[in-house]
Design a protein around this ligand. Structure first.
Ligand code: MN
Length: 286
């Protein structure tokens, strides 16, 4: 059934060898099948050493990133778009070399609050760039995922319908929708329809489970019973990755862009074990 993943920020804010070792060992120890590694700066990842650690602990990897204003492929500025294409291309190569088969997240616009709507020219830049990057991903055996994020983190893709429309425009079968319950809770009508809509179009590629406040699963307001039932109804077999953030673990860019100001937890291992139990209790993952 579904591989169960955990985001690296549960363990460490950076990716030094010590942090990579701790994150990978801890993910395996707490019963996860894969770790999601942020690749906001592909050059900062020691890929061969990370690959060796993944092999040593028999853990899979997925990758994710969010673009910045300097690398925004939905920008009207062709230089930002070119930098974004280079970053995405490098991230695809890192994902491939880590043995991952998925790269998702905010790969279509900058991760952060926009103060104006997207423009037709910027959107056309996004479609053109994704068309190039998705072909490189295909050659690398990678599926891309457009993560539907809330309105404070993108102006372009906030809902599954918007992600599906972008998928249709790019028109590549390895471009999928990446759903996240935390964002769905803000932007979608419910936790069923988006899953159904993506699944019926063969576009549900990846799932994040996160609470309404991004802390312990089951301590917020997300209707996980509805969400997991929708995944079963859709016969979704892809990864289910737990995502949680606290001010206790800080990534220099990501934590700020996601507005992680409060301490939701201190003990990543207890959090991870609790989330793994919660997912097992709500969804048979085999
Ligand atoms: Mn997410």
């Amino acid at each position: 059934m579904n591989p169960v993943g955990i985001h690296a920020l549960v363990w460490a804010g950076g990716w030094s060898l010590e942090e990579a070792h701790r994150a990978i060992a801890s993910s395996a120890k707490t019963g996860y099948d894969l770790i999601e590694i942020p690749v906001l700066d592909p050059a900062a990842i020691d890929v061969p050493a990370t690959r060796r650690l993944l092999d040593e602990y028999d853990l899979g990897a997925a990758c994710s990133l969010g673009l910045s204003p300097e690398t925004d492929i939905s920008s009207e500025d062709p230089e930002a778009v070119a930098r974004g294409e280079e970053l995405l291309t490098d991230a695809v190569d890192v994902a491939r070399d880590l043995g991952a088969s998925f790269l998702g997240g905010g790969i279509f616009s900058a991760l952060g609050r926009y103060t104006r709507p997207p423009t037709p020219r910027g959107r056309a830049h996004c479609v053109r760039t994704l068309t190039v990057v998705v072909e490189r991903a295909r050659a690398a055996g990678i599926t891309l995922g457009l993560e539907c994020v809330n309105r404070y983190e993108s102006n372009l893709v906030n809902t599954a319908e918007q992600a599906l429309a972008l998928c249709d425009e790019v028109n590549a079968d390895n471009l999928t929708v990446h759903l996240d319950t935390y964002h769905m809770n803000i932007e979608e009508p419910n936790f069923t329809t988006p899953v159904q809509r993506c699944a019926e179009q063969g576009r549900l590629g990846y799932v994040h489970v996160g609470e309404s406040h991004r802390g312990y699963l089951g301590t917020g307001t997300i209707n996980f019973d509805e969400f997991f039932a929708a995944l079963r109804q859709a016969d979704y077999r892809g990864p289910i990755t737990f995502e949680s953030f606290s001010s206790a673990v800080v990534h220099p860019d990501l934590s700020r862009n996601l507005a992680i100001w409060r301490n939701l937890w201190d003990d990543g291992e207890d959090l991870a074990a609790s989330a793994r139990d919660y997912i097992a209790a709500h969804h048979a993952t085999g």
